[in-house]
Design a protein around this ligand. Structure first.
Ligand code: PGA
Length: 249
């Protein structure tokens, strides 16, 4: 089954509006006339998303880095899904390891966010991944299965088919260390098999699974060649227009 690849740049807490504008100017020039076969998007900060919206780079998917699960309310500092919809956001990164680590994001809140996003017709990019010590202790599969089963509790199969999952080993994020392509493939296949167990095989075949963690233009092909890797979630190498374009292979 062929799944369209999806490459998402995760800008984290980088760039102000002017820097975003500069990126767009350069990227728009570089992409002109190029036949890009994959889906591609940028997960920008809440203040930079309107800059992306105003400039409407052809086919660029607008991705947010977080959202709240309640429709509105007294939640100082949070952003509601309807606010994101106003600025054309269609995908939201959920459960990134930095949010789990620094902002108390739990499997339970992640599950609530997935429900809220699917109910609003937005697509979650659900992040999962093991820490260095879990990797060393060979607990990768257990950790990821737990993250996925709790995140997907009560999520209907017609929604799961639209889901994007990003497998990001925490020890590979921003470290320059990557999982080998074979290692990443093994885990992404395990994730697909587990979705088949939780739902069924057809549904599992439709889910797009990205690898993330120190992906760059120089190594992305080795990951995308793997049969169960359908894209990448890329931090550092997505910040410069030339390098981001180099990821859209
Ligand atoms: P990195 O970040 O590509 O800089 O390792 C990936 C991520 O955190 O999504």
């Amino acid at each position: 089954m062929s799944r369209k690849h999806i490459i998402i740049g995760n800008w984290k807490m980088y760039k102000n509006m002017e820097e975003t504008q500069t990126f767009i100017n350069q990227f728009s020039k570089l992409i002109k006339g190029k036949d890009i076969k994959c889906d591609y998007g940028i997960a920008a900060s809440f203040t930079n998303l309107p800059v992306l919206k105003l400039n409407q780079v052809n086919k660029l998917i607008m991705v947010a880095q977080n959202c709240h699960y309640e429709p509105e309310g007294a939640f100082t500092g949070e952003v509601a899904i309807k606010m994101l919809k106003d600025i054309n956001v269609s995908h939201v990164v959920i459960g990134h390891s930095e949010r789990r680590m620094y902002f108390n994001e739990t499997n339970e809140t992640i599950n609530k966010k997935l429900h809220a996003l699917f109910n609003a017709n937005l697509i979650p990019v659900l992040c999962c991944g093991e820490s260095d010590s879990e990797y060393e202790a060979k607990k990768t599969n257990d950790v990821i299965k737990k993250q996925i089963s709790l995140a997907l509790t009560g999520i209907k199969s017609q929604h799961v088919t639209k889901l994007v999952i990003a497998y990001e080993p925490i020890w590979a994020i921003g470290t320059g260390k990557t999982a080998s392509a074979a290692e990443a493939q093994t885990v992404c296949k395990m994730i697909r098999d587990y979705i088949a167990e939780l739902y069924d095989k057809n549904i599992a075949q439709k889910v797009r699974i990205q690898y993330g963690g120190s992906v760059k233009p120089e190594n992305i092909k080795s990951f995308l060649e793997q049969s169960d890797i359908d894209g990448a979630l890329v931090g550092g190498a997505s910040l410069q227009a030339k390098s981001f374009l180099g990821l859209l292979v």
